[in-house]
Design a protein around this ligand. Structure first.
Ligand code: AP5
Ligand code: MG
Length: 192
């Protein structure tokens, strides 16, 4: 399987659909949010730095993230393809990802963009707050995460468009989780 970049606002389903894709295609999965939360849990130096940014809904500085991403990528099994979930989130990260992969003779593959209305995203994340208690799932921080997404991450959509690898899936067109997974699979089956 080619590499996949799964892209969307907080709560759009990056983690949920990544799990389904991994189960079907048996590829690697790098969630930078999960990597950072594990560092916080283990009280590492990186975790201490990351905590302040995450709890405030802000992005960790690009140079740190790019370094973490390369190390995490190199630890993945070779040849199966990887889903990048939550990376890149800035133009600098996207340029760095492209370069890092090119240096290894690899390609970005395809970008799967998830588009979901903001009121639905808010409801999902507040619901998850009750079930899982993620530190950044409270209304104030979620609003900051939405603003960061709009200001720093959404400009990347045009970048992917120019790369010719953007494929958009809109919740409004298929407001059913299983049907959404099926339509993503139908697309991925064509790009193997
Ligand atoms: P990260 O962990 O990536 O969080 P996020 O982007 O805010 O997204 P979420 O994980 O909250 O949502 P998701 O899109 O994965 O949706 P999910 O499938 O869980 O990043 C957290 C923080 O880490 C950032 O704010 C930043 O500080 C830092 N960080 C991470 N990467 C970084 C980077 N590259 N650079 C700098 N900083 C970085 O779904 C959400 C919920 O909805 C779930 O409970 C799910 O079960 C539910 N749900 C309900 N209905 C559906 C449905 N139909 N489809 C999918 N999910 C559904
Ligand atoms: Mg996630």
């Amino acid at each position: 399987m080619k590499n996949i970049i799964i892209f969307g606002a907080p709560g759009s389903g990056k983690g949920t659909y990544s799990d389904a894709i991994v189960e079907r295609y048996g590829m690697g999965h790098i969630s930078t949010g999960d990597v950072l939360r594990a560092e916080i849990k283990n009280e590492t130096e990186l975790g201490k730095v990351a905590q302040g940014y995450i709890s405030n809904g802000q992005l960790i500085p690009d140079d740190l993230m790019i370094d973490i991403l390369a190390k995490t990528y190199d630890a993945q099994p070779a040849g199966k393809g990887v889903i990048f979930d939550g990376f890149p989130r800035t133009i600098a990260q996207a340029e760095a990802l492209k370069k890092m992969l090119a240096e290894r003779g690899h390609e970005m593959g395809v970008m799967v963009e998830l588009v979901v209305e903001e009121d639905i995203l808010m409801a999902r994340l507040l619901n998850r707050a009750k079930e899982q208690g993620r530190a950044d799932d409270n209304e104030e921080t979620i609003k900051k995460r939405f603003a960061v997404y709009q200001n720093q991450t959404a400009p990347l959509i045009d970048w992917f468009e120019r790369e010719g690898i953007r494929h958009t899936f809109r919740w409004a067109d298929t407001p059913n989780k299983e049907a959404m997974i099926e339509s993503i699979f139908a697309f991925l089956d064509t790009v193997k």
